[in-house]
Structures are given as structure tokens and as C-alpha cells.
Design a protein around this ligand. Sequence first.
Ligand SMILES: [Zn+2]
Length: 335
Amino acid sequence: MNTIYKNYNPNLLILCFVLACYTAVVNAQETKKRLPIIDVHVHAMKANPNFASEMCPWFLKSMPGSGPNQDAPSFISTGCVAPLKPAKTDAEMQEAILRANRELNITMVVSGDADVIHKWHSAAPDRIIPSLGISNAEQMSVEAFRDSLSNGFYKVMGEVAPQYQGMSPSDMSLDEYFGVAEELGIPVGIHMGTGGNGMANITSPNYRASLGQPFLLEDMLARHPKLKIWVMHAGYPMADQMIALMGANAYVYVDLAGFIWSYPLEEIHAYLKRLVQAGFAKRILYGTDLMIWPGLLETSIGVIENANYLSEEQKRDILFNNAVRFFNLDAIMFE
Ligand SMILES: [Zn+2]
């Protein structure tokens, strides 16, 4: 040991120290600059004390057995070691969103409360892509919808969720809205499939599981051949229909939002693996379905990063490249 230091040169030691510092700084910068991610499914909502509970990811791994004369099953469970904490105020949520934009290098397609979207967008205009959601004709006239899309603030239409109202996405009452999106080249996100446990009993009596069948999109797609849609929640759990629909309609994509943090992990991986195995790795978009729990971003990204059946290239496609292609973004803007 002594022989190493016996004849040391102090200048050399200083040089080593400087080099070590330089390497440490470079490494720190590299770890800071994570590869970009596009989250195509984020909800902006105002803080609400009635919807502010903690939440355990993958809580649907054990569906409670209950009956109509008992208390309704709770929508989310809190019985785990480290439940995710909700943001308690609008400011706290906005801070978490901006931190994720910066530190996790995430750009987000955001729908929901217009005030909240405007605030997030003015704080991070390059990282927030505003999306205009409409699920029935009572919400907004076709003219107002066209004006809103034409003024340039909204770049996307979604989340369109007729299923919760007991309506098919091909229902003619929505047709003119899809026509406007088609004409203006606006991509559309449509909720199809999952609603959690007991959706029809607990919060949405009009919700019908059968109205989440991906095949229900076919008539609408036939009427709008230039419309670009993505199926939110990937039509879970109807993989056969989803695969057949994507096969017949070459511009249809899916996102993985919601079910990747709520249903059992093995089930999620089996579903995602099936879509990839069927050849659709270039048509899968990453999405969180982020509502009030900022920790869901890392939880959900981890599901993709840990999927050992995906190649590194497929992971990058899902987390980023597919969304750049689908939304006509410029990859250089993310460097
Ligand atoms: Zn949804």
C-alpha cells in the first residue's frame, strides 16, 4: 500500500482530482438528462376533497366479493405498505407536473379542466399538449368545437368516452365532431374497454362493458377514412377484437393508460405481450391516465422498463417514438 503513495507527485494528484470532478459532473448531467417520454393520457383536474384518497397500484388484483345489499366495493384500495399520496392542492399538482416534465423528461397530452390545462401550458408550453375532450353533443355545439380546435390551442381531441354514457363511439350524435377532427387533421383518443371493478354499480349506471368492444369503432372509422384515432386503454381486455381492428385499420393506435397500474401485473404484461406478439409494437403509445397521484408516473413507466419480453427498441418505441410519429411531432425538439 505504501509503495503506491511513496513517490507521489502532488501535481498528478491535483490533476486526478480535477478529472474525477469533471467525470462526476458529466455523469450527473447524463443521469439528469433522461431519454424523452411522451405520456399521451394525462387528466387535468381541480383538487377535490372528495376525491383525494391514497391509492395502491394494481389494486384490482383481488376483486372483492360483495352483494347488492352490502356496501358498494370501494373503487380503489389503500391496504398496501406504501400507498401513493394524492396531490392535495392545485398548486401541489402543478408543481409535480412541472417536476415530471423537467426531471423525468416527460411531455404530456393533457385533457380535462380548461383552467388547469391553461395554467400548466403557460408554465411549460413545450411540455404540455392540450387536448379537448367531448363525449356527447350536449357538452358543446359542433360550431363551438370547430372554433376551439381552429384557434390552435388544442392539438388533440380526447378523451372521448361515450361508453360511460351507454353510447357507442359510432353513435351518429358524435359523428360531426369526428368529421371536424378529420378535416382539421386532429388526432382523437377514444376510451374503449376498462372501467375498473363495479363501474356500473358504483359511479356510472349507464356504463356498459359491451360498449368498450373495439369493433364498435369500425362504422365510425369507415365514415372517416382520414381520421387518426388511438384507442385509450387498448380495449382491455378484448385483445382479439383490438388486434383484428388494428389489422383492418392501419392508422389505429392504442394506449396503455389506466390498466397498467390498476389490474394485476401478470395480466397487464400478458395483454401487452399479446399486442406486441401480434406485431403491433409500432402502434402502442405510452399513457398513464394520471389524475391526482403524481407517483403514478414512475410506477407506470416502471412497468414498461421492466417488461423483459420487450427489446430496448420496442420500449423506446412505446415510450416515445410511436407518439412522435402518431402526433406528427418533431423528434429534434426533444433533444
Ligand atoms: Zn379512459
